[in-house]
Design a protein. Sequence first.
Lengths: 266, 528
Amino acid sequence: VPLRVRRAAALLWPSARALPRVPLTAAGALAPLLALLAVRVDPPSGQWLLTVLRVDALVLCVGAAFGLDDTAAVSTAAAPTPLLTRRLLRGAMVAVACAGPWLAALGLAVREPLPAGTTLPLALLTLEAASLLACTLAIAAGVARSAHLNAPGSTAASLLLGAVTASALLPSAWSPWIPLDQAERWARVQPWWAIVLLSGLGWFAWWSRDAYQPGQRPRGRGTSRPHRLDPGVRSPVQRLHRLDAGRADGRVQPGDEADQCPDERR
Amino acid sequence: MSPPERPDPGPIAGMLSARHASVAAVVWQLAKVETRRLIRHPGVLAGAALSLLTMVISTWNEAPVLHRDSIGASGALLILAGGALLAANGAVLRPNRFELEEHFAALPTPTPARILAHVWSMLAPAGLGTLVLVSYLLFLAAGGSVGRPRLAELLVGPAVVALGVALGIALARWAPAPGVAPLVVVSMAVVLVGLPLLSAGSSADGPSRWLLPFVGLYGEPPELQHRPSGWHLAYLGGLVTVAAVVALLRDRPTRGTLTVAGLAMLLLTTTAAAQLREPSAAERASNLAPYVGAGRVERCERLDGVSYCAFPTYRSWIARWATAVRPVVAQLPQAAGSSLPTVRQYVPVDPTLEPTPRPWDVRTDLSWGHRSGEPPFRQSLTIDFAVAAVGLPPRGTLIKAPPGGRPGGAIDPATGVAGICSAVGQARSVVALWLAGQADPALAADLPSRLGGAAMPWFGNQVVAYAQQLLEQARDKVGRRVRKHWSELTDPVTGSDRAVILLGLRPLRGSEPPHTLEPGAGDLPRCP
């Protein structure tokens, strides 16, 4: 078994215990409850069920926005396991936690008889929900990275709600939320949702990189000032690497100051 | 060394005892800080921007009616209320996030004083909401609005925003967990938007909906609704106070807090009871009296030989209606001038199934389009006026079906009254469609699709094809022929085959399909 897999397996239980339970549990309970109340409307129309399922997805994503909240982030930042691995593990667990309530809501919705010729596009709805979840995790990771927050959940959830509200105000031709009776637009919007899903996952991974890579100059807020004052500061290991590279390409000649990188000569 | 400068004690500190005055001074200082922070919170600013955007977008294509749009605008402030709820919740949870509770516990200022400062900060988003509302109303007024906004309806918006802040504070006190506030916002959005839509027409569509923080119009004009907006505003005041008191009750309650809680509950129950009272039949009748029946209050004007009658509030719309009617009137002969139909404004109340007396009015209701939304309204009125000008019953007219007709989908079996009739094969139908089409090139290009629906006379395909033939010819030439043979062409007994001869049309072969709207429905009665 590769080391990474073993390391991830070892992290599984501690990461699961560190997940914020209140928002995930509350969202997981609320989503099927809303679906249950919605199907009690007599008779529920297809469009109504579609809207309720979309609200369910939003509720689950609001809970998932808190999935990256980690009060121990300061301590775990020093762990050898990369942040990306820990975040992917958390993201996967959040997705699994959302999948159950989502399937329950879908199950409640499909049990309801709809008018003839009306069917809920369940696969496309699930794609919508997955894309929204990926975007939510990406927003949370982006907030955590840019604002140096250990608990980006509140900000991410607020941003998500604002973004969804703003998207609801778009003209109907541009709206990503297609009504049930526009079957031809459902087929057209499907690749776009897939692109959103992949982009969301991509941004989630990008924003989950460790802030400081080995050998990389620290960047970001609060780290630029010392380096601006003294650009020559580098780690000893990096200095050796650069010296080797200078010797290899002939920039460092015998008799040069051997302990100085070529671009550090003053 | 000079003594340190004492902070500003605030406006009410002078009225209190020394102990309370010192707390009031601290609350005043904290309230100023929290107010500044809350008003600059991205959630509040984004909520205000999205609220304004919602107001503008939702009425962009509608002619502005201030007493109607002010209600919708108050509803749009629900978005700001959601943002304010999240912001206030985050502000109260700030010590939790940074683990400062223990540090605050060592300070002489008690927690309720800090919470009270948060409560006072609600004035800032509420004020921002008022600013957004006023900006929107100025925008509407600049676009030629009618009516006057109702103050109580307007103030509901800022009150809902204040309620959002109070709820955010109470949630942070009683459920200080992350994630609770956003989930509450989504749930409340579902309840506030979904519940009234779901309960429309059901038993829950009664006065109990006024227990929600905001009650919209849901498509019905405000003139026809019983809206206890003054009571509702007071009810919201009670809700805000109760939510604020609930936040304060997390700590050991003082006598003052309990007194305010009691008064707030009294206000809440009194105003809730006042809202739940069903209006009596007499009250409903008196509300409707200025709009229906003999007691209707209207102002009439005569333009280009046509009478336009509008409710006093909507009088300035007459000029808009005239733009739809004028091109039709321009093609009518002098002889038709004495019998031109009147364009009259109606409220969309349930029809009483009484046949409408002749001469038929051309009906227009309490809405009209604006910007890109105006052409469909104008074209509908053009068609209706052209139809009525040739003597056919226009949209919305009820006619008495002739005896012996087979009752079906179009005829009420009990009363024999129909809301649609057949104008198939009549010369005047061809003239009506040409009059409408020549008035608006966009309408002429889209004529067949504009004649669908069950609320028009049923023209049939042949009549539409003849009208399209006429529209392809020179307008002046056709106009001269129509005016020359006006009385014969508009006679109900003149058939379309005679119109072919009089107007120089190419005759079409084939017969018309039966005049039914749907399989199994009876024949449509012939238009009188």
